[in-house]
Design a protein around this ligand. Structure first.
Ligand code: BDP
Length: 720
């Protein structure tokens, strides 16, 4: 199997034959217009029942007699479609937008959506039960926790006969763009919409946040309309990222000042043109004044002025604006002059004073931590600052700093540390998940944006096991209280079948994977010690210091960690509401796993575990990489229980990870040993008696090569 169907394989149930008495016999989908998600639900039911039970079922679009008891009927539609067909559901629990009611009883299965999208969601949920061999009778309503459940793709249009690349994408070129425009063949886009609908994602922003003006040219807009056409039957809306300076870059204007009348008119025209082509477009995503992207600050206007410019343009069409909080100045910080410079402070500082100044259809999209998708970060304090403004959390499914899909890292346990974090605003419970759902501060909008960056590779993300992250993103966006293990196990059964050893091995390895990766890449809150300036992949602790972004480990020969305390440090801790601020400001109450995020300490500082910081580093890098060594052999035990293709492709990655975790371990440990000169109590770091350096072997066709930076290869040398 290639992995192209993800978790929607509808594999034959091992005991399919024994279920024949309770099998669905007739499917009725109460709408058959071409772009209707209810029609899609009918087709999906047909395919699913055929795949899972080997039973062909017809789909009809009417002919249902309300009140009749027809066993084996599966009926899907919206509440109003049911009612116009004469159905009376009786006491229906309250359904919110996109919600559904699923009722499986002796007389049949009834899937009733608040809207068509909800009906399709209920259908996928029903099929997921069947595919896992769950035939129980149920009756429940399910409503989303938050209205925004979006995917962001960082796809580039790329002109000049090339396939669109995907920024921080590890699975090949874009499924949407090639040759500077939208692809002719949108089969993969259709398949993607299907996968996303099954996890209740309701919109996709298809182009990179680092946008340019070409997304708004006429041929590209026509192409976008074709993408929207293939998304529509799955209830997935289309959104696009905008380039703030487009009126100047594309139009005849010599300004992009958001308060200039011609600029405002220009954006309104463009927006109207887009909505004429795509009447149900979800809205815009905007990255402004960040990493070279222009924005309102260029004209001394506020970020709110910038966001509201677009908000007003989409408002008449019912659209929304996702405005990113990832705003920081990547050029002007000078760490030698300003030791208090700290990129972590940027978002709250830039948004200071703006709460309540954004239009109602603006949602501030905030990365989970204050820096940038690191292996461990404290929760972004900005969530507590926006109380009269809607907010959404930005999670990264694509593992940019987390091994780029070459390392197994199951992300929900990391995401949960933020979603379940209590910011204690006003000394009241203020869980992040309740802030973004709108509940805590009484906001209408809010939710989740997942940066997925899938590509044309048949596995979607470049790795079979990484797909659990995409699956779990949708599940959490619908219900953030879902248990990471139960989602993982649903995904595993749907993806790899029922073998108990397969289930146990994938569960164990996945649940160990984040702490394991954290251990060998950067622990105690020091962040992922990757090369920070470019690839964000291999180890390069040296690059963490001395970059212009104020993102430092601040390590020297005696001490390490970033002092972010209020009196003596960068003051970042003071951005939290008082209870949390004082917890992090005090070294005694800061958890070990964030110690070096908040405090600058000697290597000999004792942790709560009793170990010194440096010994913890050495031990963690050894134990993390030792655990990564176990993955491939454990996977090998599954031979014969998984199809060969997915078995082999996964094994290849796990073996690679085993090797790369050693590179990580030795690069980081050697780096800090060289700096501190403090020996490892277990004597491992200073000498490696068991190891044969590649360049010391008899080389046939290879030459030793001195690498730069030196610490990415053991002994500063690789062979080429
Ligand atoms: C960083 C990525 C960069 C993105 C940026 C963003 O390295 O490619 O453009 O975030 O989120 O993590 O805007």
């Amino acid at each position: 199997e290639t992995g192209i169907d993800g978790w929607l394989r509808y594999a034959r149930l091992p005991q399919a034959a024994t279920h024949h008495d309770i099998l669905p016999a007739r499917i009725i989908a109460l709408n058959d217009s071409q772009s209707s998600p209810v029609r899609t639900a009918g087709i999906e039911l047909q395919q699913g029942i055929d795949g899972i039970f080997g039973k062909q079922c017809g789909v009809s679009h009417g002919g249902w007699v309300a009140g009749s008891h027809e066993s084996g009927i599966v009926l899907v539609g919206t509440l109003s479609q049911f009612e116009s067909a004469g159905g009376n559901i009786g006491q229906l629990p309250k359904l919110e937008e996109d919600g559904f009611w699923l009722n499986i009883n002796d007389s049949g299965t009834y899937i009733v959506g608040q809207n068509e999208r909800g009906a399709l969601y209920g259908t996928f949920e029903y099929l997921s039960m069947l595919a896992q061999g769950n035939m129980t009778q149920v009756s429940y309503a399910s409503n989303p926790d938050a209205p925004i459940r979006w995917i962001n793709q960082w796809d580039n249009l790329q002109a000049g006969g090339t396939h669109g690349s995907v920024e921080r994408g590890y699975a090949g070129p874009s499924i949407f763009f090639a040759n500077g425009s939208v692809k002719e063949d949108l089969t993969r886009a259709t398949q993607y919409a299907r996968l996303l609908a099954s996890i209740k994602v309701n919109a996709v922003v298809v182009n990179n946040v680092n946008a340019n003006e070409t997304i708004l040219t006429e041929p590209v807009m026509d192409g976008l309309a074709r993408i929207a056409d293939v998304f529509r039957p799955y209830g997935v809306q289309l959104g696009i990222s905008l380039y703030f300076a487009s009126p100047e870059a594309l139009g005849d204007l010599d300004t992009f000042d958001p308060l200039n009348a011609s600029v405002i008119e220009w954006w309104h025209d463009k927006t109207d043109q887009l909505y004429q082509k795509i009447p149900d477009m979800a809205g815009f995503l905007v990255k402004a004044n960040s990493e070279g992207q222009p924005g309102p600050l260029t004209y001394n206007r506020t970020l709110a002025d910038g966001a509201n410019l677009f908000a007003k343009a989409v408002q008449p069409h019912g659209g929304v604006v996702m405005f990113r909080a990832f705003v920081y100045d990547s050029t002007s910080l000078n760490q030698t002059l300003d030791w208090r410079a700290d990129r972590a402070n940027a978002a709250v500082e830039f948004f200071d004073g703006l709460d309540g100044k954004f239009d109602d259809n603006v949602i501030i999209q905030i990365k989970y931590g204050p820096i940038d998708f690191q292996v461990r970060e404290p929760t972004s304090p900005l969530f507590a600052h926006l109380q009269q403004t809607s907010s959404a959390i930005e999670l990264q499914i694509s593992q940019e700093y987390l091994g780029q899909q070459c390392h197994l890292v199951y992300l929900p346990p990391l995401w949960k540390t933020v979603l379940d974090f209590d910011l204690r605003e006003d000394n009241q419970p203020s869980l992040v998940r309740n802030i973004i759902s709108g509940e805590r501060f009484g906001r209408r909008l809010g939710g989740y944006a997942g940066v997925a960056n899938v590509g044309t590779n048949q596995t979607w993300l470049g790795s079979h096991l990484a797909m659990s992250n995409l699956y779990a993103f949708g599940r959490l966006a619908w219900d953030p209280t879902t248990d990471p293990v139960s989602m993982l196990q649903d995904w595993t059964r749907l993806t790899f079948g029922f073998d108990p050893t397969v289930l146990k091995t994938i569960t164990d390895m996945s649940m160990e994977s984040w702490p394991t990766y954290e251990n060998y890449t950067g622990n105690l809150g020091i962040q992922t010690l990757t090369d920070i300036l470019y690839a964000h992949y291999g180890p390069n602790p040296a690059s963490q210091d001395g970059n212009p972004w104020g993102q430092w480990t601040r390590a020297d020969s005696d001490t390490i960690g970033m002092d972010r305390t209020i009196e003596n440090g960068t003051r970042f801790a003071g951005q939290y509401p008082p209870e949390v601020a004082s917890r992090y400001d005090n070294i005694e109450t800061t958890p070990d796993n964030l110690l070096l995020w908040f405090h600058h300490v000697p290597y000999t500082q004792r942790l709560k575990s009793g170990k010194t910081v440096i010994q913890h580093f050495y031990d963690a890098h050894y134990s993390g990489s030792a655990n990564a060594q176990t993955y491939a052999p454990r996977w090998q035990e599954l031979a014969g229980k998984i199809d060969d293709q997915r078995f082999d492709e996964t094994l290849f990655r796990l073996k690679y990870q085993a090797g790369h975790s050693l590179v990580w371990r030795d690069a980081v440990n050697n780096f800090y040993f060289n700096l501190s000169q403090i020996p490892d109590e277990a004597g491992r770091v200073e000498n490696h008696p068991y190891r044969i350096e590649a360049e010391s072997m008899e080389l046939d066709g290879y030459e030793p090569y001195a690498v730069s930076p030196w610490n990415v290869a053991s002994n500063k040398t690789c062979i080429v």
